[in-house]
Ligand binder design. Structure first.
Ligand SMILES: [Ca+2]
Length: 337
């Protein structure tokens, strides 16, 4: 019995350093692999951003003053072919961020266009990340200058349209992309600017849309902010009955899913939106180059609780990030009870 015990102890003493060496080695190998993957990611994103900046002439040569410019290239002629595409093949070392908030947490990059992959089943796609205003915002809609026509059909609103290269490019991210991006616990911020340069905003908790089968029906939670709760249709019960966007399906000029039986809100209002009968907010409306406008219907870029139905806004941004984003950074509020 003693002999057996002795043999066992001797065996264990001989084997255990080996075992712990192996485990240690494995751990080191895994950590090293993770480090390499992170560095490779940083390098690729850095190289991509550099080329992106250079292509848009914000890049300065090391000698200092002369930005790199290309002859005969205007802002409207985008140079997508020069931008290296981040790899999208399965098994590639690139691990895409879920959204701009995750990218912000990881790398603190500047605002710009980045590829994200909100869900494993979704192909990566390009989004504008607003890394200011607290950072980590994924932008789903932007109006700036009226260069992009928003009076489009279902397929365009489904897939997304506009330009995805310059800081002030206008776009709709696409209902499929928006659907894949919006989890339950998010915060949607809508930034608005009028033609005097005055700004305001609206915040909605848990903004989300259903999938195409349900015509991208709109859901949102609590409102806060200064622009007024136009998505709920305004102050009065009557307005809310006809203009609340809560629970409405998406409509475009070729797919009328609104509650206006006599006609098509999307056709009258020149854009795709979650129309009721018809709206108190339509950020995809027609872009007028002054604030106040006259037309047969209130078809401007409208946020009625701020400027009324007959004022078309100059800048709009719809952007989203996880609701608990600030807490993950350490907002100073301490842990939730
Ligand atoms: Ca209708």
């Amino acid at each position: 019995m003693l002999l057996m015990l002795f043999t066992f102890i001797a065996f264990f003493a001989a084997a255990s350093p080996r075992l712990s060496d192996d485990v240690h080695c494995d751990l080191e190998y895994t950590a090293l692999k993770k480090n390499i993957r992170e560095l490779e990611n940083k390098l690729l994103i850095g190289a991509w951003r550099l080329t992106h900046l250079r292509a848009h002439r914000h890049f300065k040569t090391p000698s200092g003053t002369q930005p790199i410019t290309k002859p005969n290239v205007t802002d409207n002629e985008h140079e997508t072919e020069n931008l290296p595409k981040l790899p999208t093949t399965a098994g590639s070392i690139i691990v895409y961020d879920r959204d701009c908030s995750q990218l912000f947490d990881r790398l603190r990059p500047v605002s710009g266009f980045y590829r994200i992959k909100p869900k494993p089943s979704v192909e990566p796609f390009l989004v504008y990340c607003d890394m200011e205003d607290g950072g980590g915002w994924t932008v789903i809609q932007k109006r700036r200058n009226g260069r992009v026509d928003f009076n489009r059909e279902w397929a365009d609103y489904k897939d997304g349209f506009g330009n995805f290269k310059l800081r002030n490019d206008e776009f709709w991210l696409g209902n499929d992309h928006i659907h894949s991006l919006l989890g339950d616990e998010n915060l949607m911020k809508i930034d608005l600017m009028d033609w005097n340069g005055d700004n305001t905003f609206a915040l909605y908790e848990n903004f989300r849309i259903s999938d195409e089968k349900d015509k991208y029906r709109l859901h949102f939670g609590l409102y806060s902010g200064k622009a007024g709760d136009a998505l709920s249709g305004g102050a009065g019960m009557v307005q809310q009955w006809s203009a609340s966007h809560s629970g409405m399906q998406f409509s475009t000029k070729d797919q009328d899913n609104d509650r206006y039986l006599q006609g098509s809100c999307a056709s009258e209002n020149n854009g795709g939106w979650w129309f009721n009968r018809c709206h108190a907010a339509n950020l995809n409306g027609k872009f007028y180059r002054k604030g106040e406008y006259k037309a047969k219907s209130d078809n401007g870029v409208v946020w009625a609780t701020w400027k009324g139905f007959w004022y078309s806004l100059r800048h709009t941004t719809m952007k989203v990030r996880p609701r608990l984003f600030l807490d993950s950074l350490g907002s100073g509020a301490g842990p939730e009870e």
